[in-house]
Structure formats: structure tokens, C-alpha cells
Design a protein around this ligand. Structure first.
Ligand SMILES: [Zn+2]
Length: 284
């Protein structure tokens, strides 16, 4: 299977996983709601889903262009680092998962501290509530950057295609569930977050308190937050009382689709580090 063809197949499976994960998370939000009696925020969902469609379209476009260019330039995985070093297949899979999740962690952390990247990434954080529809609420340019950052890692390592696909599907399911407004039983969330990012763990990252926002960056493995000392305590109430979003841009116009698309080019952003009184009631 050539690179371009397998890339297209992977994108199709990825989009199928997006739909599956969204459906599963929205079902869990009904069965195990974090907020009892919450009403469906239809206008917010419409904005989030429209932005998600643009962002996912940007991912597909950037990935297709990058793969086409790689193939035209005869840059291929035939002599990747993993194969050249004679790495056993099982180790190739583990390295693939760790490298791709580590790259996502690094880009996410840098995006919180480099102003022009934060301008893009803050569109994701500007959502005033957190649920499954927040998962893909990204500025399309942020997705283009994420695709371009992952490409050199893939071309240099040339990991097994199925390992890349397995990581991508795992990441989409875990991140959709971790954004969902679901209250897992305390004991289950605690066990799960020993291995993967859970709703309570990630909700802290969407707190309006910048100290909490600048923590819990991991996509799949919280191991990276623990390793690089960016893990933040998880709220005892699973984040139910946290103020979600940013301190600015909370008015209806700022939350509209046109304003969100233009926000990185208009909004005066900063890298605030001020500690506020938000987000109390925390425990490990
Ligand atoms: Zn973030």
C-alpha cells in the first residue's frame, strides 16, 4: 500500500472514529451527567460543530497535501529510523504511541506559552462550558500546525502504519471522553487516570484560572504531565464547580463562529500567570 493511499484510508477511519467517539460521549453525558438537569445549549453546539467541521477539514487538507508532497519528493518511510535500528515490532508500537503522544504534549505545552500559538489555541479554551462538542473546537490553523508538526516525526521514525492508526483512534476516543461532561464514579476516575486522561483530570485544564489552565496538558497519557511536572490536582467534585473558559471573551458576540475564526487576529492576548480565587476545592 503506498503512502498516499494508506494516508487517505487512515483519514477516513479517523473521521469514522470522531463520529463514533462523539456519539459514545454524548450518550454517557445523558447516562452519567456532571450537571444534573442541564439544558441542551443548542447555539453553542452549533458553533462548536461548525468550527469542528472546519478544523477537521483543515487536518484532512494539510495531511493530504503533506503526504502528496512527501511522495512527490520521494520522501518515504522505507528507511525509517525504527526499521534501520532493527527495532522489534512490539517496541515499535510502544515507541509510536509515546512519540506521538509526547509530540502532542510538547506542542500543547508550547502553545500555552508562545503568544501567536496561544492566540490560535485560546479559541479551544474560550468555550464557556465543557462537553464532547468542545473536543474538536479548534481554530483550523491550529490543526494545520499540528498536522505539520507530526509529519517530520512520522517520516523520520517511519512507524508501522497500523500503530499510527491505533494511536490516532485511541487519541480521538480518549480526548472526546476527557472533554465530555461526564461524572465517572470517583474510584473509576482515579484508577483510569493512573493510565489515561479522564474527564476530571482534563476539566482542570479548561478552568478559567490560568494556573490550572497551564497544567494537565496530556492528550492520552497523563504520564507526560507527571514526568514534566505539569500535573495539577483534580477537583474533589470532578470539576463540577470550576469556572470554565477564559477570563475574557465571554460575551455572546465573542462566542459566535465569525468572531471565533477572527479571534487570533484581533484578540489582545497575553500570557497571564495571575493566580485567582477560581478553582478551589481540590484534592489529589
Ligand atoms: Zn490547552
Amino acid at each position: 500500500m503506498n503512502t498516499l493511499k494508506s494516508g487517505r484510508r487512515m483519514l477516513q477511519l479517523y473521521l469514522a472514529a470522531v463520529i463514533f467517539a462523539l456519539s459514545l460521549a454524548m450518550l454517557l453525558e445523558v447516562v452519567l451527567p456532571l450537571h444534573q438537569g442541564a439544558t441542551a445549549p443548542l447555539m453553542r453546539w452549533a458553533s462548536n460543530l461548525a468550527l469542528s467541521a472546519l478544523a477537521l477539514g483543515a487536518t484532512v487538507l494539510a495531511s493530504t497535501v503533506a503526504l502528496t508532497a512527501s511522495q512527490a519528493l520521494h520522501i518515504g518511510p522505507s528507511n525509517g529510523l525504527l526499521t534501520s535500528l532493527g527495532t522489534p515490532v512490539a517496541a515499535q508500537w510502544i515507541i509510536t504511541f509515546l512519540m506521538l503522544d509526547g509530540t502532542a504534549y510538547a506542542l500543547h505545552r508550547v502553545s500555552h506559552h508562545v503568544n501567536w500559538l496561544w492566540r490560535l489555541h485560546s479559541v479551544h479554551h474560550s468555550d464557556l462550558e465543557l462537553d464532547a462538542t468542545t473536543t474538536h473546537r479548534h481554530h483550523p490553523l491550529e490543526n494545520v500546525i499540528a498536522a505539520l508538526v507530526s509529519l517530520p516525526v512520522l517520516l523520520i521514525l517511519a512507524p508501522p502504519v497500523w500503530a499510527v492508526l491505533a494511536y490516532s483512534l485511541t487519541a480521538v476516543v480518549v480526548s472526546t471522553l476527557s472533554h465530555s461532561s461526564v461524572a465517572l464514579p470517583q474510584w473509576l476516575d482515579k484508577i483510569l487516570r493512573g493510565l489515561i486522561v479522564t474527564p476530571a483530570f482534563h476539566r482542570t485544564h479548561h478552568s478559567a484560572d490560568r494556573v490550572q489552565t497551564d497544567s494537565n496538558y496530556a492528550t492520552v497519557f497523563p504520564l507526560f504531565d507527571r514526568l514534566f511536572r505539569s500535573a495539577s490536582p483534580v477537583a474533589a467534585d470532578k470539576g463540577r464547580t470550576l469556572t470554565i473558559g477564559l477570563e475574557t471573551g465571554r460575551d455572546p458576540y465573542s462566542q459566535s463562529l465569525p468572531a471565533l475564526l477572527m479571534a487570533p487576529f484581533r484578540r489582545s492576548t497575553s500570557a497571564p500567570a495571575a493566580r485567582s480565587d477560581l478553582g478551589q476545592n481540590i484534592t489529589r
